[in-house]
Design a protein around this ligand. Structure first.
Ligand SMILES: Nc1nc2c([nH]c(=O)n2[C@H]2C[C@H](O)[C@@H](COP(=O)(O)OP(=O)(O)OP(=O)(O)O)O2)c(=O)[nH]1
Length: 128
């Protein structure tokens, strides 16, 4: 099965809430929540990929912090290696472009959302 490497940003605001993004009907995994990010391009390092993806999707600039975790999840058609990082916005305000919506969610309310399965280990770590 094809494997893709994906980076995801756990963007915290000043209230320590987490930016969650709802995948739209035009995306794969529609209707599931995820962390902003996307595929690492060939030859790209994860930090650069994450800054680029967030700029493309949210039109803002992030500073990438500590790595949270790395997991491999097999979807029916694709295997995703997801690497998550803490991040904060250093310029601009996150804008909806491709997603259905963006919300800042309190950590203890993250499991009220229906997450892409690959994100569950990251969500569990955030909940503590
Ligand atoms: N960006 C992101 N993607 C995730 C997360 N969890 C998860 O399983 N994925 C999956 C969905 C996609 O298959 C892939 C991310 O690639 P992408 O965001 O560049 O994908 P895309 O919407 O362009 O994908 P596609 O519709 O072209 O297949 O990883 C997550 O938290 N963030």
């Amino acid at each position: 099965m094809k494997q893709i490497d994906v980076v995801a940003a756990v963007i915290l605001n000043e209230q320590n809430e987490v930016l969650c993004a709802l995948r739209s009907v035009t995306m794969s995994l529609p209707g599931l929540w995820e962390f902003p990010g996307g595929k690492i391009e060939q030859g790209e390092d994860p930090h650069t990929a994450l800054i680029r993806e967030v700029k493309e999707e949210l039109r803002c600039v992030i500073e990438v912090g500590e790595k949270i975790t790395e997991t491999v999840h097999e979807y029916p058609a694709i295997k995703v290696r997801l690497i998550s990082y803490f991040a904060k916005v250093i310029s601009g305000i996150p804008q909806v472009t491709e997603h259905e919506s963006l919300v800042y969610q309190k950590k203890n309310e993250l499991l009220l959302l229906e997450w892409a399965p690959a994100d569950i280990p990251t969500v569990q770590i955030l909940i503590g």
